[in-house]
Ligand binder design. Structure first.
Ligand code: OSB
Ligand code: MG
Length: 366
């Protein structure tokens, strides 16, 4: 008789205090509450991160809705797939939405799969980069002086691109001053959908600042008004929230809604969708960058492997660990040479989770 090694899935709800509060057009975070997913087969484990937050501000999903779905539907689904990531992702498509719940488990299954094959994840994906150019996303500050001094210290550290969060009242003037103080840095601005169809003319105020991109200025589900905006302004449009899957990316391409795309696995519902999006981008020459959701070391390790794919040609929203957390659940990620974070070379995600610390900060497990 064939004996199956024991298969098990467990979720952990955790909270980590941020080194610095992170303010966007939709709110301010001082700590990050999220979930980690651990899958086990015999001696092997795989880890994933669920990036949904407590309130539905970035997207409709919440941590509570993700935990509900995982516990009641997605864990049993993955077990009935024998923890096979492709089987799970295909099965999970029958549920509408909820990409962050699906992605958290998908990531854990891919990590396990890579470890089973004795390969680092980026080799399983066919990544081409050994180190990832690193950018930093800087929240809305209480004043211009604070912003300029934060940017100054990030630039001195070696970050290769700075992205500042903008919102009505913290936009044209701020971007102009940042550009004046840092004439050379690759600079982007992210509005997290703070503007509407009445603001299209106004956003051309950014055109003089030689921005690399304006990210997601309009509604989080919109492609049409972004295509109108793209015709009106010179600044390249990057989409984040609006690109919820490959189909949205295709439609946005056909409608000419963007010049580049911020890719987040949590937003797109799993690795399979990201790999298909990367293939599409590669065929069309669409530049991508890997986004971030202030992940712990587990999520950031996954992001490093994804950012090694060929079309991810722009600096990623993957910063040094010390920019997010004093103490993380994995060993810290840092620059090898200034501005570059190496892709972990061990099996799977290539880093181990500090189980003692995990146990200490777990609020609840499921
Ligand atoms: O819009 O890219 C975003 C963080 C939380 C939610 C949305 C966004 C972000 C970031 C942070 O910009 C990027 C990072 O993890 O460093
Ligand atoms: Mg964004």
């Amino acid at each position: 008789m064939h004996i199956h090694p024991k298969e098990e899935i467990r979720g952990f709800i955790l909270s980590l205090p941020l080194v610095h509060p992170f303010k966007t057009s939709f709110g301010e975070e001082r700590e990050r509450k999220f979930a980690l997913i651990r899958v086990r087969r015999g001696e092997l484990e795989g880890w994933g991160e669920v990036v949904a937050s407590e309130a539905p501000l970035y997207s409709e999903e919440t941590l509570a809705s993700a935990v509900y779905l995982l516990k009641n539907y997605l864990f049993p689904m993955a077990l009935s797939c024998g923890l096979d990531p492709r089987c799970f992702e295909a099965e999970a498509e029958k549920f509408r939405g909820n990409p962050m719940a699906k992605a958290g488990l998908s990531l854990a299954l891919w990590d396990l799969e890579a470890r089973r094959r004795g390969l680092p994840l980026h080799r399983v994906y066919g990544g081409v980069r050994k180190e990832i150019p690193s950018g930093v996303s800087v929240g809305i500050q209480t004043g211009l002086d604070e912003l300029l001094s934060r940017i100054d210290s990030f630039v001195r550290e070696g970050y290769l691109r700075v992205k500042i969060k903008i919102a009505p009242g913290w936009d044209c003037e701020v971007v102009k001053e940042v550009r004046k103080a840092f004439p050379q840095i690759p600079l982007g601005a992210d509005a997290n959908s703070a503007y509407g169809e009445g603001d299209l003319e106004r956003l051309s105020c950014l055109d003089g600042a030689d921005l690399l991109f304006l990210e997601q200025p309009l509604y989080p589900d919109d492609l049409y008004f972004h295509s109108l905006l793209k015709k009106k302004i010179k600044t390249p449009i990057a989409l984040d929230e609006s690109v919820k899957n490959l189909r949205k990316m295709k439609v946005g391409y056909l409608m000419d809604s963007y010049s580049l795309v911020n890719i987040k696995v949590g937003r797109m519902g799993g690795i399979g969708e990201v790999l298909r999006a990367a293939e599409f981008a590669s065929e069309r020459g669409i530049p991508l960058f890997c986004g971030g959701m202030l992940e712990s070391g587990v999520g950031r390790a996954h992001n490093l492997h994804l950012a090694s794919l060929e079309p991810f040609v722009l600096p990623a929203d993957i910063s040094r660990t010390q920019r997010y957390y004093h103490r993380d659940l994995t060993p810290p990620f840092d620059f090898s040479t200034p501005g570059y974070i190496p892709v972990p070379q061990g099996e799977g995600i290539g880093v181990d989770v500090d189980n003692a610390y995990l146990e200490k900060i777990t609020l609840e497990s499921f």
